[in-house]
Every structure is written in C-alpha cells, then in structure tokens.
Design a protein around this ligand. Structure first.
Ligand code: GLC
Ligand code: MG
Length: 251
C-alpha cells in the first residue's frame, strides 16, 4: 500500500450513511497515518454551510485541503484564508454583478439563499422541467455580453454560474500542481452534476457512488472510461467499494 490523494464530494457522496462513513473514516485515517495519504473535500457548500455540516457530523475527518463553493474557493489545511493565487486566477473576466443582472431577467431562476452567493459563484434554483429550455438561453445571454462563464446544473434543481476557469476539476488540477503530486495516485468520488468536472479532469481513478444522480450517470455513459467505477453501494459504502476495487485499500 502507498500514499494516494483522496478527493471526495460531501453531500450524498461521503455524507449520507453515518455507519458507512465511520467505517470509511477508520480506513482512511489509518492510511493517512501509515502512508501520508491526503484527504480533500470538494463541495458545492459555502463556508457557512460547511461549518453547519461539521457541527452536524462532528466525526468528519479534518481534510488536508478544502474546496468550497464548487471549487471556486481553496483553503489549505490549518488556514482560514483563501488561496490567493486561485482568487487571482478566477478574477480574470469575471463580473459577478453583471452575471446577476442578466440572470435576473429569467423568471424561472430563483436565487438561492444569500449565504450561497459567494464571490465566484452565483446560485439559483431551476426546475428540471424548464431547465433544457432555459439553460441554453441563459448561456447565450451571458456570452453575448462577453462574460467568461460556465453553467453547472446539479440534482435536477441547482444551477451555479461560475467563472469558466473555476470548478471542482480545475481546482484539483491547481492543487496537484501546487503539491507536485503524480496524477496516477489520485481518486475522485462524486454523485451529481457539479462533480462531472472532477471526473472529466481526473488523471487518476473515479468512483461514482451507487446513488448517483441521472445527469452524472448520463455523462458517464456518453464518456465511458475504464478508470471510472460505478459502485453498487450508496454514499460512503460506495466509496469503500470503489477504493477496494481499484486497490487503494486492501479488500
Ligand atoms: C450545494 C450548494 C449550492 C449549489 C449546489 C450544487 O448544495 O450549497 O449552492 O448550487 O451545491 O453545486
Ligand atoms: Mg453531492
């Protein structure tokens, strides 16, 4: 067994089955102590919602780095401040006020709570029924104004508008460079649309948990890879199944 970089989404991937999470934590913590394995959480949650989750689930392991707000915020272990180089990278061509002003013309977009509106992420609720019609129109309107953005739709309800250079996958590539880690000893785990960029960018392995959302399953079927595994088990149980499948942990 050797060190690896373990990257996971939180809601409905790492978190969702407490008993399985405690078992997974035990194995990960042992691996971290024995081999120096690194743990990274990559979530759509804002800093406030991440703190809430930590209070609800005090047994969550402390990660070596934290990617919040769909990868637009990078926090290194033990630091309260954002990685300034990542902030500089995302600032190019991003105008949050203009994004929000254009989005306000779309009646189907309902802004999420104020705490989920972060410097590099504008978030809305959008129903699944109208999304296929609204998303291309919104993207065209934003691009017409020269805005360098990407739209990420998750779980048939959440829409995030982000700078085109910022998402979970791009943040991981940035971390890999910063840490100078080899690409093959890496595994990413996820369940929904905002995890697709991790699977698309990943140079190592990918684990899709058994309870994954249709948008991620559809993307996986359209872009199959032998380096990706779809678990039978849900949430942390699915992660454990995948880590054993790829030999990161002993079976
Ligand atoms: C999390 C965030 C929300 C975001 C969603 C999808 O639930 O709190 O703002 O839209 O993830 O990325
Ligand atoms: Mg999730």
């Amino acid at each position: 067994m050797t060190k690896f970089l373990f990257i996971t989404d939180l809601d409905n991937t790492l978190v969702g089955d407490d008993a399985a999470l405690k078992t997974l934590n035990y194995h990960l913590e042992q691996h971290r102590q024995a081999y120096g394995t690194l743990i990274v959480y990559a979530t759509g949650r804002s800093p406030e919602l991440y703190q809430e989750l930590k209070t609800e689930k005090p047994f969550l392991l402390t990660p070596d780095a934290l990617l919040l707000s769909v990868g637009t915020e990078i926090y290194h272990h033990g630091q309260d401040d954002l990685d300034p180089d990542w902030v500089a990278e995302l600032s190019h061509g991003w105008d949050r006020d203009q994004v929000a002003a254009i989005a306000a013309h779309f009646a189907d977009l309902v802004p999420q709570s104020p705490q989920e509106q972060t410097p590099f992420k504008a978030s809305y609720h959008l129903s699944q029924e109208v999304a296929p019609m609204v998303l291309p129109q919104l993207e065209a309107s934003l691009q017409k104004q020269g805005l360098d953005i990407q739209l990420i739709y998750s779980s048939g309800k959440d829409l995030d508008i982000l700078p085109s250079r910022g998402n979970k996958g791009a943040a991981i590539a940035f971390l890999q460079q910063t840490w100078r880690l080899p690409g093959d000893r890496l595994v990413v785990c996820g369940d929904s649309g905002n995890d697709i960029s991790m699977f698309a960018a990943a140079t190592g392995k990918g684990i899709i948990v058994g309870n994954a959302q249709p948008e991620l399953r559809e993307w996986h079927h359209a872009n199959p890879s032998p380096h990706r595994y779809v678990s039978k088990a849900h949430c942390a149980g699915g992660i454990l199944e995948g880590l054993r499948h790829f030999g990161f942990l002993e079976a």
